[in-house]
Design a protein around this ligand. Structure first.
Ligand code: SF4
Length: 399
């Protein structure tokens, strides 16, 4: 992922069209996990309160620039680390924009009645909980056992939370080197027993930042095992869920972690956020004190680090990749948006068709069973490239 260094740091004009998504990043965690490639630092209350104040000013800047948003996704880090600040920030966004849906990420130890009450009041309708696994041995290796409790306790907390939001999602991970097929089967039995609304089963991703740590903590990654474990996950969950994406399983239509599938445009707010508006990709500064200071001055400025307008060819290919990650692409819609430029995709369509990844159901191309796993690999590599970019920026910012 590359950004040219000589372009003016500004966002494209807002154009009319489908409502965009507002992504908000909260880069604070009480303790850091060894496999995590996200932009996050150890929680400090003073810094975090200053950060939330800056975030609210950034939200107002987008309103002043004429942007409008239909949904909010708050990711991290741990967005619920200061629940009163999160509530105030969501209220600011809802005052400015016609928000229809709000998704917030959290950790199992934050599923407390007090926090859940605040989230409900703030209009959150999807809660996504970072579970990763219910296996105590694996949780210990991940350094999550002490923090979030045993798998049994996490499952009980999820059970108590069910029914309080339109969608309760559990984020899981498969293909840790020490994770066996039997462990995955037990986790799947727990999920099916709970009857969660949604499950997102990520393949383990390693970036330049985490690969050595992952090797030391969990061992060498076996990519051959990844395909086998994905096969087990997909087969078992397909009995009770439908595919919302190649790795997200939902009981009904719902917002998903990969908002890039459902929203053509998304703004990235907060330190280290990445946005994509009107065909331009951009990133905010990863330097948290610099982020706060740029937004705290008398005349606050957008804390942009880099921008990259995509060529038409890149845009068409990006949309093709994302729509198919969401299981199908409507070629009439793509042609309506890009005109004859959709023909840039001929090479991809022929290659993926020959590989047995696509099925044509006019006007759609849809992923086949084989195509789903191919898309898991493609998206794993896509997010790994994003994580490597984050790592590069974090190092430059002094983390
Ligand atoms: S996995 Fe989640 S809780 Fe752990 S460091 Fe990363 S963002 Fe924080």
């Amino acid at each position: 992922m590359r950004f040219p260094g000589d372009l003016p740091l500004r966002l494209p004009e807002r154009t009319a069209g489908k409502p965009a998504l507002l992504y908000i990043h909260i880069p604070f965690c009480e303790r850091l996990c060894p496999y995590c490639s996200f932009h996050r630092v150890v929680f400090s209350e003073t810094l975090c309160r200053d950060y939330f104040r800056a975030l609210r000013r950034e939200i107002s800047l987008y309103r002043d620039l004429g942007y409008d948003f239909g949904g909010i996704y708050v990711g991290g880090g741990t967005p619920t680390v200061l629940i009163d600040e999160l509530e105030q920030t969501l209220a600011t966004a809802r005052d400015h924009f016609a928000i229809r849906e709000i998704s917030v990420e959290t950790n199992p130890d934050h599923l407390t009645p007090e926090r859940l009450e605040v989230l409900k009041r703030a209009g959150v309708n999807r809660l996504s909980v970072g579970v990763q696994s219910f296996d105590d041995g694996l949780l210990r290796q991940m350094d999550r056992l002490e923090k979030y409790g045993r798998g049994e306790i996490i499952a009980a907390r999820l059970k108590e939370t069910m029914g309080r939001f339109d969608t309760l999602n559990a984020d899981m991970i498969f293909n840790f080197p020490s994770q066996t097929e039997a462990m995955i089967e037990r986790d799947l039995a727990t999920i099916l027993g709970l009857g969660l609304d949604q499950v997102t089963y990520y393949p383990l991703m390693v970036s330049d930042m985490t690969k050595e740590r992952v090797r030391q903590t969990f061992g060498e990654i076996d990519w051959g095992k990844e395909a086998r474990l994905y096969g087990i996950v997909a087969r078992r969950l397909a009995s009770a869920y439908r595919f919302s994406s190649a790795w997200c399983f939902s009981r009904r239509e719902a917002m998903i972690d990969e908002y890039i599938v459902a929203y053509d445009d998304y703004a990235g707010l907060g330190s280290g956020s990445i946005g994509y508006l009107g065909g331009t990709c951009y990133a905010n500064t990863f330097d948290i004190p610099a982020y706060i200071s740029m937004l705290s001055q008398d005349r606050p400025v957008l804390p942009l680090l880099a921008v990259r307008p995509f060529s038409v060819r890149d845009r068409v290919r990006y949309e093709f990749l994302m729509r198919l990650f969401g299981m199908g692409v409507d070629m009439t819609e793509l042609e309506g948006k890009f005109g004859r430029s959709w023909r840039y995709l001929w090479g991809e369509i022929l290659a993926f068709g020959a590989a047995g990844a696509l099925r044509c159901e006019r006007p759609h191309f849809r992923l086949t069973d084989r195509g789903r796993y191919i898309w898991v690999i493609l998206m794993r590599e896509f997010f790994t490239a994003v994580n490597n970019f984050r790592h590069y920026c974090r190092v430059r910012a002094g983390y």
